[in-house]
Design a protein around this ligand. Structure first.
Ligand code: AMP
Length: 181
């Protein structure tokens, strides 16, 4: 079973991914975590990605798709995609790579959180790319490039939209209901 958790930056994808992993045997694949690991390792990819991430823009599709492809091939039994796909090109590439493995996305869970709440949460989180200007740009990038995926997965009949406000446990129980169907 392959699952995508979709939502704006700061919508709680990372937190809920940890809950999901503890209850379902899925490999957690966060492209943001993978990129931060590349930065920490001082790799060429990390160096190139850092400036883009600090500005709140998206890293090049081809780089991201290559990174994901390696992981998907070695975890064909089930991946939880967190922070990927973020563009239509990434979504189409994911569909193609899963199809090659004779598989497909089972569920897309969209965490719905109001913009003001997101800004409040991200400022409290205090990550290096969480200053107010970057946050506003990341939200704009989300609305422009990632939000169209809501329609993409809705048309494919895979989308479940849930409220991303409430306690971690409340939100997780909404997710659990969908994944246990
Ligand atoms: P995240 O931890 O998912 O919020 O990602 C942090 C940053 O990494 C984003 O603001 C982007 O710059 C970059 N990034 C992470 N995942 C992707 C992706 N799928 N496509 C493009 N850029 C990404």
């Amino acid at each position: 079973m392959h699952v995508i958790i979709l939502g704006a930056p700061g919508s709680g994808k990372g937190t809920q991914s940890i809950e999901i992993m503890q209850h379902f045997s899925l490999k957690h694949l966060s492209t943001g975590d993978m990129l931060r690991a590349e930065i920490a390792a001082g790799s060429a990819l990390g160096l190139a990605a850092k400036a883009v991430m600090d500005a709140g823009n998206l890293v090049n599709d081809d780089i991201i798709i290559d990174m994901v492809k390696n992981q998907v091939q070695s975890h064909a039994s089930g991946v939880l995609f967190d922070g990927f796909p973020r563009t239509k090109a990434q979504a189409e590439a994911l569909d193609a790579m899963l199809k090659e493995l004779g598989s497909e996305i089972a569920h897309v869970i969209q965490l719905d959180v109001a913009d003001e709440e997101i800004i409040k949460r991200m400022l409290a989180r205090g990550r290096e790319d969480d200053n107010e200007e970057t946050i506003r740009n990341r939200l704009a990038v989300y609305n422009e490039q990632t939000a169209p995926l809501i329609d993409y997965y809705q048309k494919a009949g895979k989308l479940s939209r849930i409220s991303g406000t409430g306690s971690v446990a409340e939100i997780f129980s909404r997710i659990q209901q969908i994944l246990e169907k």
